[in-house]
Design a protein around this ligand. Structure first.
Ligand code: ZN
Length: 193
């Protein structure tokens, strides 16, 4: 398992809900936590590890010792949104890029956990922001899609750098062609959604 970077096509994949939570999903989630901590992240979505599953994880302290701060969101949905606030965001699929994003300040989100229980979260602050950022990933939406025109202009050259690095890696055969990425996602999805 590894983190894919912009503009990897899996980051644009809109995931369908998982039909069940089982041991294989638990193993994937544990692998995702390890990767997230290695990269000092606070959140990671399945798309970012090249998987078409509707799940993401959070630990706002990015500390593997703080198990009580670990959250797993499976098939998440937002039922309420309140307020609007702009804050700087980053993303493990865009290393070292930060930009201001406007999002609802408070949300109510429901999701299943690894035990298969449905939980209702009333979120605000960084918790609400990070969860909305990760939920966007499951719909193939990236934080750079939500920038103001001015902020968008400011990240333009950085996005160009990411694109050149990605296409360079793909030309060298380090990343499969789009068609084979899509075929693999479709096969995984067929088995689980
Ligand atoms: Zn992200």
């Amino acid at each position: 398992m590894r983190i894919v970077k912009f503009p990897h096509p899996t980051l644009r994949h809109k995931s369908k809900p998982l039909l069940r939570v089982d041991g294989e999903i638990a193993d994937i989630v544990h692998g995702m936590f390890d990767l997230m901590y290695e990269n000092n992240g606070i959140g990671l979505a399945a798309n970012q590890v090249d998987l078409p599953y509707r799940l993401f994880i959070l630990n706002l302290h990015s500390d593997p010792e703080e198990k009580e701060a670990e959250f797993v969101f499976i098939n998440p949905e937002i039922s309420e949104r309140k307020g609007m606030v702009e804050r700087e965001e980053g993303c493990l699929s865009f290393p070292e890029l930060y930009a201001p994003v406007r999002r609802p300040e408070k949300v109510v989100m429901t999701a299943y956990n690894l035990a298969g229980q449905e939980i209702r979260y009333q979120m605000d602050g960084l918790f609400a922001r990070a969860a909305q950022h990760e939920l966007d990933h499951l719909d193939g939406v990236l934080f750079v899609d939500r920038l103001t025109p001015t902020a968008r202009l400011e990240v333009k050259s950085a996005l160009g750098d990411f694109e050149r690095a990605f296409y360079g890696d793909r030309d060298r055969g380090l990343i499969p062609a789009d068609a084979s990425v899509a075929a693999r996602l479709a096969e995984l999805e067929r088995l689980r959604t």
